[in-house]
Design a protein around this ligand. Structure first.
Ligand code: SF4
Ligand code: SF4
Length: 379
């Protein structure tokens, strides 16, 4: 057991292993306002890594509809029941994490082992709305938006304090020092499924025919070449960014995409920070969803993040950075926005992306005299 500082909780906490920080930590940003649940990311990942026998129900990347969707079933509700209630006081969490809620005699991490049935329905709850039914004549405007749902894309968070790693009795799980990627050593794993039970995000999975656990590997062969993961590169909605995230205690970089969004502008937030694993996937919360629901999911910074997104047009640098999402297959190490142009640079400092902050708008005539045709799409 060691005492570690979790910046997302604003306090120290217990962690069941000794920890050495990686030289760099990989991280992601997902903009939930733009996700259309096309599942291209899920399929890109599945076609690349989990199309074999025994992996039929395995989605390292999944996209679920909140509040009713979940994969595995009720993963987040089950963990919240385990850790119990907690609240935030000036950015400090006073409840228990999955490590602190564990019964030390029986387990290192408080977790729930999903059943086979729980893994069998990755799309349950898809597109189901919250807030009641839609009466005839009801329409949506900015003031009244009582009905809502949103899409939550999910991968392994390559946590700074991984619950999977902390729970493994075989020491088969490790965090790579060069990039913070969390991997399972298949030769050491004996399929005890302690990690499957411990991961509060339901992101380690058991492969019955090989009798080992498997999980997202952050596409490390691509990562080592400076390339984005499959789920990021293939994202149709251009909702995803990928890069390095700094520990705020060690300083943050203003020209660094993830640092800028997470630490400086605080527009992207960790998912269920109260679980205590210090996850490294950060979400821009949806602007149309009630902030009190989102606060339990993304912590106390939701209202600020929503407002930053709503007013993004006034902030050229922030708007430009968002435009860089989906503009290049390379991991962006640095960005720069000026004179209406956003630029992204790779690990060698080479310019790999250049996009306008605002796309030009062209309005065409509804009737084209030259061709004697009517246009349906005029902008
Ligand atoms: S590919 Fe992108 S837009 Fe489509 S479901 Fe995945 S995250 Fe959402
Ligand atoms: S999300 Fe789960 S599987 Fe991934 S590193 Fe964190 S605890 Fe481990």
């Amino acid at each position: 057991m060691s005492k570690v500082f979790n910046w997302q909780l604003g306090r120290e906490m217990d962690y069941p292993r000794e920890v050495t920080s990686p030289q760099k930590q990989i991280g992601w940003i997902f903009d939930t306002n733009k996700c259309i649940a096309c599942q291209t990311c899920s399929i890109a990942c599945k076609m690349t890594w989990t199309s074999g026998r025994g992996q039929e129900s395995m989605f390292w990347n999944n996209v679920e509809t909140k509040p009713y969707g979940s994969y595995p079933t009720a993963w987040d509700l089950e963990v919240m029941k385990k850790i119990g209630p907690g609240s935030w006081e000036e950015g400090v969490y006073d409840g228990q994490t999955v490590f602190e809620a564990a019964d030390g005699r029986k387990e290192k991490v408080a977790g729930v082992l999903p059943s086979d049935e729980d893994w069998a329905h990755p799309n349950h709850g898809e597109d189901e709305i919250a807030g009641g039914t839609m009466p005839q004549g009801m329409h949506i405007n900015e003031e009244t938006h009582p009905l809502w749902f949103f899409y939550l894309p999910r991968i392994c968070n390559h946590c700074s304090y991984p619950a999977c790693l902390g729970s493994c009795p075989r020491n088969a799980i490790y965090k790579r020092p060069e990039d913070g990627v969390v991997l399972i050593d298949q030769s050491r794993c004996r399929g005890y499924r302690e990690c499957v039970k411990a991961c509060p995000y339901g992101k380690t999975m058991f492969r019955p025919n090989h009798e080992v656990s498997e999980k997202c590997i952050a596409c490390y062969p691509k990562l080592e070449k400076g390339l984005q993961t499959q789920c990021v590169e293939q994202c149709i909605g251009k909702i995803r960014g990928q890069g390095w995230i700094s520990n705020p205690k060690e300083g943050v970089r203003e020209d660094h995409p993830i640092d800028y969004l997470v630490h400086i502008k605080k527009m992207a937030l960790p998912l269920y920070p109260q679980f205590g694993t210090q996850p490294n996937v950060f979400y821009i919360p949806p602007t149309h969803v009630p902030a009190d629901y989102l606060a339990q999911m993304f912590g106390p910074g939701v209202a600020h993040a929503q407002e930053a997104y709503r007013t993004i047009k006034k902030d050229e640098k922030l708007a430009g950075l968002i435009q860089l999402f989906g503009s290049t297959p390379f991991i962006l190490e640095r960005f720069d926005v000026r004179n209406g142009i956003a630029k992204g640079f790779d690990k060698d400092g080479t310019l790999v992306a250049e996009v306008p902050v605002t796309e030009p708008t062209v309005v065409r005539d509804h009737y084209d005299k030259k061709r004697d045709v009517y246009r349906l799409d005029v902008t």
